[in-house]
Design a protein around this ligand. Structure first.
Ligand code: ADP
Ligand code: MG
Length: 612
């Protein structure tokens, strides 16, 4: 008998669990499932993110629902569309052997009539965001008057987001004798209020310490001067070549700015914040999930939906105003039993806030120093050596080997390694050669170059970040690397198609399946007119002005891009550490060697990317 079986779960669920590869129940599952299966009770369960709460309520819910009846019996409320979709997805996986059980997601930003139609077909379980749910109730598109179970998932976040009134409204449309199951990472006063007001003597279970941060997360802080935040951030990223991180900023503006700088500096970065359209946010999230974006810069609100496992680092570019928020941020890493690191950049005067957080999360921070340029060079070298060691040999090189061996015949192994490493490494070490100590209070030699110059590489003029953008317009286009574009070829394509001059198209950021570019506002009409009902190889190529209202309309704001991307066609997904500028350089020469440059084989791209 497996441990899941011992909890009282039926065969259909056990089979699905086996398919998912879950071996043992997590703590919250072990505690919650028997209670929920055995009795009709209200429940308050406190457990951190990544502890398996979805299954803790999902398994019992699926088992208790009568799938032969089409009545809506279970409602799961969750704070964001993103989470809503994830829960729906999980529930569908859990119930895959449950014939006739239908689960429908209800959330804003998508067609309400489509959702209503799905519900009409019969949905025993609805997973919804409070806003859209309330909307649908008031339009009588959904009937929850026969509900048996209501789950409030991530209750603290829902309340944080101001959904109290909506939740109250929704619950008032449900029968009194239903069971309410509340799941939350933390127990702020608002959550206790909900529990008192809407629940009947709930049983309570707690996993780990109340309000404690995830214990698999190590917390670190770095003291830097305010203006060194950005260079320090880069060093933290460079120290971790395989980083897969979320960086939190306090404002949308900073979020966009940091992401743009990272992209300009050659990182696989992207931004997610409230000024982006839903479509843009989805694309960025998808790229992040697929690890085409390695560094996601986010505001707290936009990050509420981020539920991605494997995040290695959370970096607090600035501390949040509320300590509670820190817990949510750091909980994005260390999920599903994996370890993670939450880093905080603070100025000297902010160090006292660290104490306050330590008290709250009941965990100590490590005080760390920002790595020096030479530390980073060492790490990168090591990474490079390993990368070479692990590179899969491509048999296609065989036919060229005799000629290559001939050239290298007088170079011995040791020398060959030195040369190989140097070829890749010299440029990188140049970035950091004159770098200074960024640790506040222990300032070392000041480099003669500013931090922008720390990666001394010059970018191509025509695509450079400081190309004239005042009066420029940013566009979104639905083609990217998967259509075999890199920044040069996409630029050529747009320029040739619209009939523009060499430098009219700039700031081209190519991502896997979409891209961004800028032009002068004067040609916007021409661009949009050209790309109306425009097809390439039978497929619509669509261009929209990138939606980023922002405030003020200052130069910086106009430069806003939606999701970030790197104009380095073909390197998507490879964690290139700091070979980024090099890869770019290579891209350029490869791009040029092809006539009109639009199409080049993705296999040749792959091979190159393997190198770093
Ligand atoms: P929470 O809602 O507490 O943040 P989730 O329910 O989203 O956590 O679960 C986090 C991840 O752990 C998911 O990918 C899920 O599939 C996985 N998971 C859940 N329960 C188990 C288990 N018993 N064994 C292994 N993985 C699990
Ligand atoms: Mg969850």
């Amino acid at each position: 008998m497996t441990k899941f079986e011992a909890l009282g779960l039926d065969k259909t669920l056990l089979d699905a669990i086996a398919d998912l590869g879950f071996e043992n129940p997590s703590e919250v599952q072990e505690k919650a499932i028997p209670i929920l299966l055995e009795s009709e009770t209200d429940l308050v369960a406190l457990a951190q993110t990544g502890t398996g709460k979805t299954a803790a309520f999902g398994f019992p819910l699926i088992q208790k629902i009568d799938s032969n009846s089409r009545t809506t019996q279970g409602l799961i409320l969750s704070p964001t569309r993103e989470l809503c979709l994830q829960i729906t997805n999980e529930i569908k996986l859990y119930s895959k052997y449950e014939k006739n059980l239908s689960t429908v997601a209800i959330y804003g930003g998508a067609s309400i009539t489509d959702q209503a139609r799905q519900i009409k077909r019969g949905a025993q379980i609805i997973v919804a965001t409070p806003g859209r749910m309330k909307d649908m109730i008031s339009r009588r598109l959904v009937d929850i008057s026969k509900l048996d179970y209501c789950v409030l998932d991530e209750a603290d976040e829902m309340l944080n987001m101001g959904f109290f009134e909506d939740i109250k409204d929704i619950l008032s449309n449900t029968p009194d004798d239903k069971s309410t199951w509340l799941f939350s990472a933390t127990m702020p006063r608002e959550v206790s209020t909900i529990a008192k007001k809407f629940m009947h003597s709930p049983q309570e279970i707690t996993v780990g310490t109340k309000n404690a941060g995830t214990s698999t997360v190590q917390h670190e802080y770095y003291v830097v001067s305010g203006r060194d935040r950005y260079p320090a951030l880069k060093r933290l990223a460079d120290t971790n070549p395989d980083i897969f991180a979320v960086i939190f900023c306090r404002t949308k503006r900073d979020t966009q700015r940091v992401a743009e700088k990272l992209i300009e500096d050659g990182y696989n970065a992207g931004a997610i914040h409230g000024d982006l359209s839903q479509n843009q946010r989805d694309l960025v999230m998808n790229s992040f999930r697929k690890k085409q974006i390695q560094i996601l810069v986010a505001t707290d609100v936009a990050a509420r939906g981020i539920d991605v496992n494997d995040i290695t680092h959370v970096i607090n570019y600035q501390l949040p105003d509320e300590i509670e928020t820190y817990t949510h941020r750091s909980g994005r890493t260390g999920r599903a039993g994996k370890s993670g690191i939450s880093m905080v950049l603070v100025t000297r005067s902010e160090t006292r806030k660290i104490k306050a957080i330590e008290n709250k999360i009941q965990q100590k921070f490590l005080s760390k120093t920002v790595p020096t340029g030479s530390d980073i060079c060492g790490i990168q070298l090591h990474h490079l050596a390993n990368k070479i060691k692990d590179t899969e040999i491509n048999d296609d090189v065989d036919e060229y080997l005799p000629a290559i061996n001939e050239i290298l015949k007088d170079v011995d192994r040791e020398e060959l390694i030195k040369k190989l490493i140097s070829a890749e490494f010299t440029r990188f070490s140049n970035y950091y050669k004159k770098s200074r100590d960024l640790n506040s209070g222990e300032r070392g030699e000041r480099g003669e170059r500013g931090e922008r110059g720390e990666r001394g590489e010059r970018r191509d003029r025509s695509n450079r970040a400081d190309a004239p953008t005042s009066g420029s317009v940013r566009y979104f286009i639905n083609v990217g690397e998967k259509d075999n574009y890199d920044w040069m070829s996409l630029k050529d394509f747009i320029r040739d198609t619209v009939g523009l001059e060499q430098d009219d198209v700039f700031k081209v950021d190519v991502k896997e399946s979409f891209s961004f570019f800028n032009t002068d506002a004067a040609v916007t009409d021409k661009i949009l007119a050209t790309f109306t009902e425009f097809k390439v190889e039978g497929r619509f190529v669509n261009v929209e002005v990138s939606k980023n209202p922002g405030g003020g309309g200052a130069r910086r704001d106009r430069k806003r891009s939606g999701g970030g991307g790197r104009d380095r066609g073909g390197y998507g997904g490879s964690s290139s550490g700091s070979g980024r500028d090099r890869s770019k350089k290579r891209d350029r020469s490869y791009g040029k060697s092809e006539s009109s440059g639009n199409r080049r084989s993705s296999s040749s791209k792959k091979r190159k990317s393997d190198f770093f």
